[in-house]
Design a protein around this ligand. Sequence first.
Ligand SMILES: *Cc1c(COP(=O)(O)O)cnc(C)c1O
Length: 356
Amino acid sequence: MKKINFSAGPSILPQVVFEQLSEAVLNYNNMGVSILEISHRSKAFDDIIERAFALVRELYSLTDDYEVLFLTGGASMQFCQVPYNLLPENELAAYLDTGKWSIKAIQEAKLFGKTQVVATSKDKNYTYVPKNYELDPKSIYFHITTNNTIYGTQIHDIPDVHCPLIADMSSDIFSKPLENLSKYGIIYAGAQKNTGPAGTTLVIIRKDMLGKVKRAIPTMLNYQTHIDKRSLFNTPPVYAIYGCLLTLEWAKAQGLKTLEQRNQEKASTLYKEIDRNGLFEGVVAEADRSIMNVTFVGKNTDLDDKFLAMTETANCVAIKGHRSVGGFRASLYNAMDLAGVQTLVEVMQEFERKFG
Ligand SMILES: *Cc1c(COP(=O)(O)O)cnc(C)c1O
């Protein structure tokens, strides 16, 4: 039986995408070859990657000022690739510290230039998003993590600042329409959360961000290399990019507005139960609750294993919280449906009847 998968990533994808991918592994597009054995220089793959670029452009209404890339190395590679390409040695970049992923980004930026951490929510184990901070006017970009996958916080008001935003959107990209495109210098996201299978990283980059550093950049780490070769400088992850294409086609068919409404409904259904149920509590400041990754804890941690066992019996998997937070985390990415969330809510209610 198909499980209801609440994993934070790699994570659930639309069922139709799983079906199309498995078909393509056996016989891609009736060509008599597997998607795994076609050349990345073939017409077939060229169609795939060009359609994927076009869908990203369409879904986010990108103007010609922006390039779209499918790279490798994960979002983690972007932590270094961004400052390597953008931050001159004597210049300053601003970072918002909202937890583990942003800390890793800050650590890499320090290797290339000066950094200012404008604010941190470390004092409360990253259970809120800092607000009311000031950027040094000399900062040339401001790096934010729009959704903090581990803690379950999300930036609901994208800040207005004097410089371009660099946004790690790994876990909330395509969960809603993009507003105010012109605020962004770069948007990046590891595919495995809302975009497709693991193995590629989507990077959206405003062209005027480039060409400002004088240092030599290794060919493979230079954005310009991949812009010039349309992500085909070397062998790209063909299968992962095909999976992204299928997932983006599905997202387009739903519409980002509809996905946003559904995502909000799913999240509020679960938060409502967390707040109502006497055996659980939310850990995140209400205003900063994520609609993608819902974190909560049991009031009596001795019962945690019993609750996990009950979720498993009900076919729900991957509810255990990240080790640095504990408790539980349910990831409600685009492909999770409301029925899946309702099943989890019913388990929480049954748990309360048994142990409350
Ligand atoms: C998962 C995640 C990452 C790391 O992604 P990789 O592709 O594994 O490098 C970075 N940032 C955020 C917000 C994430 O959720």
